[in-house]
Design a protein around this ligand. Structure first.
Ligand SMILES: Cc1cc2nc3c(=O)[nH]c(=O)nc-3n(C[C@H](O)[C@H](O)[C@H](O)COP(=O)(O)OP(=O)(O)OC[C@H]3O[C@@H](n4cnc5c(N)ncnc54)[C@H](O)[C@@H]3O)c2cc1C
Length: 488
């Protein structure tokens, strides 16, 4: 008889863990509290518009491809995607506009022409990001930090000897300032700290690795939108025999001595040889009726998001799939996000328009604007007041920078804020990426992918090692499945 595994949560990490365990021969059952699979990677439809509700940027697609390859399935039968030529359009308050081309040479030309910074500097900067990736990408992103084997490996030794190239003693901002100097570009490359909800003025320069993922390994977009990734993984799971139970919220992880025995859903006990929780680590400890280790709670959470999903009744030729309207004072914006935990009146606005690539996402001649600002984690602020103020601030910024009266073109609206994100996905304080990377030791502070107390309990997803974001969640599933394989 096969061994059985229960996965709590059908987020991207849960789906990937289910597939990997199924490949090892387990009978796998996913239990998900929502009526859809994908967790933060969901979708919204309203008034003829479709929106990807959560993630919008897709990097490292090979991590998704691997899951299909495990079962000899052709990924193109489930998911198709294209590589983007333009990563993002950046608009600055002083009128500067930079088109971030994926091609390094074109980017260097664009930067030189627009800002006067010699293109060679950008090329050198991207090279320094690449060096970090090749030194620590594998250790930081794809291995457990809680197993001695990681620190005894040749890869670790190489990174250790070259530690100074990882630039861990400077902040991302300090490194960018020193290497790039030109303020528009410093701000552009500082922004990569937000890809895991962190503060560029506090996070170590090692996070330059994120720019490498986008600029050199590439950014992609599925032909049917981001939610297509979750749908494809869900379908693959069904096709290979994973059971998925939706509308099934787990109340308790049942334990006995140093083992877990299964889970309780609505007073029904489901037995399993092992349990993998894809729920945020804080509610997972609640399901265990146990206190979270103090060391985990000590580290501050990543930012959350305030998203206005706006149906727009016209098209904007100057905008692309990904667009950023930068704040004038970036440092002050991060002080509001992390120090005073408030909203900043002149926020950086991100506009993601999937209908640029998927025309059916909006009625003809219209666009679907996912308009997002970073906001602090929810610690009980007055979000209703913040939403009203932010809507106004964002619209004013768009009007000034794009020379429009956007309020006249919004025909439909729904909103995501930290409270609704937590209610929907149980993400503690509504943070998008678990704990932030603010500080030299933050990467080492995330919860391990296994329980030290219960032999057969494991954790995947954005709130545990190696952290949030689609690629890292997929890697956490890989780390867990390797651990389970090695323990047998
Ligand atoms: C607005 C927004 C924008 C983002 N942008 C990007 C981006 O551009 N690129 C990127 O890579 N990442 C982005 N992210 C982050 C990314 O979406 C997440 O890191 C990733 O999707 C988290 O996956 P996960 O495996 O941790 O599971 P989650 O998505 O957190 O899902 C966990 C699942 O567990 C379920 N669950 C919880 N408790 C229970 C229970 N008791 N019983 C049953 N089920 C339970 C939840 O319902 C949920 O479905 C964004 C996130 C948001 C919200």
């Amino acid at each position: 008889m096969n061994k059985s595994a229960v996965i709590i949560g059908a987020g991207i990490g849960g789906l990937a863990a289910a597939l990997r365990l199924r490949h090892q021969g387990y009978d796998v059952c996913i239990v998900e509290q929502n009526n859809y699979a994908g967790g933060k990677m969901g979708e919204i439809t309203q008034d003829g518009y479709r929106f990807d509700a959560g993630p919008s940027l897709f990097t490292m697609p090979h991590l998704v491809e691997e899951l299909f390859a495990l079962f000899d399935k052709k990924i193109s039968n489930y998911l198709q995607y294209e590589k983007l030529d333009v990563l993002c359009q950046y608009f600055y308050p002083d009128g500067m506009h930079i088109k971030a081309f994926a091609d390094a040479e074109r980017l260097a030309q664009e930067v030189e022409q627009k800002t006067g910074l010699p293109g060679k500097k950008i090329e050198r900067y991207l090279k320094s990001c690449e060096i970090i990736y090749y030194l620590v990408g594998d250790i930081f992103l794809a291995r457990s930090f809680h197993r001695a084997s990681t620190f005894l490996s040749k890869t670790f030794l190489k990174a250790f000897i070259n530690w100074y190239k990882l630039d861990p003693l400077r902040t991302l901002h300090q490194a960018n300032q020193k290497q790039l100097q030109e303020p528009h570009l410093v701000q552009l490359f500082n922004r990569y700290a937000t890809y895991n909800g962190s503060n560029p003025y506090r996070t170590p320069a090692t996070l330059k690795v994120i720019a490498h993922l986008e600029h050199q390994l590439g950014a992609y977009f599925p032909t049917n939108g981001m939610y297509g990734i979750a749908k494809a993984l869900q379908q693959l799971a069904i096709d290979v025999g994973v059971e998925i139970h939706l509308n099934a919220g787990v109340q308790e992880i049942v334990k006995q001595n140093n083992e877990v025995k299964g889970i309780n859903i609505s007073n029904t006990f489901v037995e399993a040889d092992l349990v993998v929780s894809n729920a945020d680590i804080v509610p997972t400890y609640k399901m265990l009726n146990q206190k979270l280790p103090k060391a985990i709670l000590k580290y501050e959470r990543s930012t959350s998001a305030l998203v206005f999903y706006w149906g727009i009744n016209r098209q904007f030729d100057q905008l692309d799939l990904h667009n950023i309207l930068f704040a004038e004072n970036y440092k002050a914006e991060f002080e509001a996000l992390f120090d005073t935990k408030s909203i900043y009146p002149d926020p950086t606005v991100y506009i993601f328009i999937s209908s640029k690539k998927v025309p059916s996402d909006a009625p003809r001649g219209c666009e679907n604007w996912f308009t997002m600002i970073n906001v602090p984690e929810n610690i009980g602020q007055d979000w209703d007041a913040f939403i009203e103020k932010s809507r106004n601030n964002i619209q004013q910024k768009i009007n000034t920078m794009l020379d429009v009266k956007i309020e006249n073109h919004i025909v439909s609206e729904s909103i995501l804020d930290p409270r609704s994100l937590e209610a929907k996905t149980s993400s503690f304080h509504g943070s998008l990426y678990g704990s932030s990377s603010n500080g030299k030791w933050a990467a080492f502070s995330r919860h391990a992918n296994f329980s030290k107390q219960y032999n057969n309990l494991y954790f995947v997803g954005g709130s545990v090692h190696p952290g949030g974001g689609i690629p890292l969640c997929l890697n956490s599933a890989k780390i867990v499945s390797d651990m389970i394989r090695d323990s047998n």
